[in-house]
Design a protein around this ligand. Structure first.
Ligand SMILES: [Zn+2]
Length: 261
């Protein structure tokens, strides 16, 4: 079978085990409202992937996710939707009911998903990978907690075709919500908030290594690393909400393409 031509991006989220920090008070950033002028700075001008061309994106769950997992994934979906509806008048995601879940246990995922000679689901498929061996077979990045693959972004009446796979082979379920928020940012067309690869650093894409702890690009959910605490992958609550920079970038990407209501 002919390989699919439009593999836009494969992006994975490495997880680092860190020491637990103190409990800072959670700061919740307001949504940009309709009419707000895009406040993107030039040092994030190259931090984007091609935008999605048709909303809402249908979201299908892997049957491997249990009720708790689905609840967390739905929270991530709801957080992006709440912002999209309020700021852009767009519902980004439409999650299918649990009964519509599909069995992805034998399906190719990550880099193999777009090229597979199987019928892909329309929309976004969320895949749970529970075996380290299977994870490594799908994506050659052992440390990654999750990976997003965008086969197509839709357009001309066609639905986008994408997949996010979560590696839960090492008892990291507690990071699922934080990972899902981050990966859905990629689905929507956000690259990382800063360049973590030397070759991508430029005056239009700030290096992650330059950022202080309080920098908005560091605080963003789209920062390229997720730090978890302890063996069971506890993440800090501020990794489970959208931050000003995440919302600003999505707002800038789509406010040019859709007319805010
Ligand atoms: Zn990422």
């Amino acid at each position: 079978m002919k390989a699919f031509a439009h593999i836009a991006a494969v992006i994975s989220l490495p997880i680092f085990i860190g020491a637990a920090g103190c409990d800072a008070q959670l700061h919740v950033d307001p949504f940009p409202v309709a009419g707000h002028k895009c406040g993107l700075r030039s040092d994030q001008a190259r931090s984007f992937l091609p935008p999605v061309k048709s909303f809402p994106i249908r979201v299908v769950f892997d049957r491997g996710f249990d009720r708790d997992d689905r609840a967390k994934l739905n929270v991530a979906i709801d957080r992006w939707n709440a912002f999209g509806e309020k700021s852009l008048g767009v519902k980004f995601f439409e999650a299918e009911a649990p009964e519509a879940a599909i069995d992805m246990s034998a399906m190719p995922f990550a880099t193999h998903y777009c090229k597979a000679s199987v019928k892909r689901e329309k929309g976004l498929v969320l895949v749970k990978v529970t075996s380290e061996r299977r994870w490594r077979g799908g994506e050659d990045k052992e440390k990654a907690g999750a990976v997003t693959i965008r086969c197509t972004t839709g357009g001309d009446g066609a639905a986008p075709e994408m997949s996010v796979a979560f590696n839960v082979s090492q008892g990291r379920e507690d990071a699922l919500l934080a990972e899902a928020l981050h990966e859905l940012g990629h689905v929507l067309g956000l690259g990382h908030s800063c360049a973590n690869e030397e070759k991508r650093v430029s005056k239009n894409y700030r290096a992650c290594s330059d950022l202080g702890d309080e920098d908005p690009y560091r605080i963003a959910i789209m920062y390229p690393e997720l730090e978890v605490h302890g063996t069971y992958g506890r993440v800090s609550p501020d990794r489970e909400i959208l931050h000003a920079n995440d919302m600003e970038r999505v707002y800038c990407l789509y406010s040019r393409l859709v007319s805010p209501k």
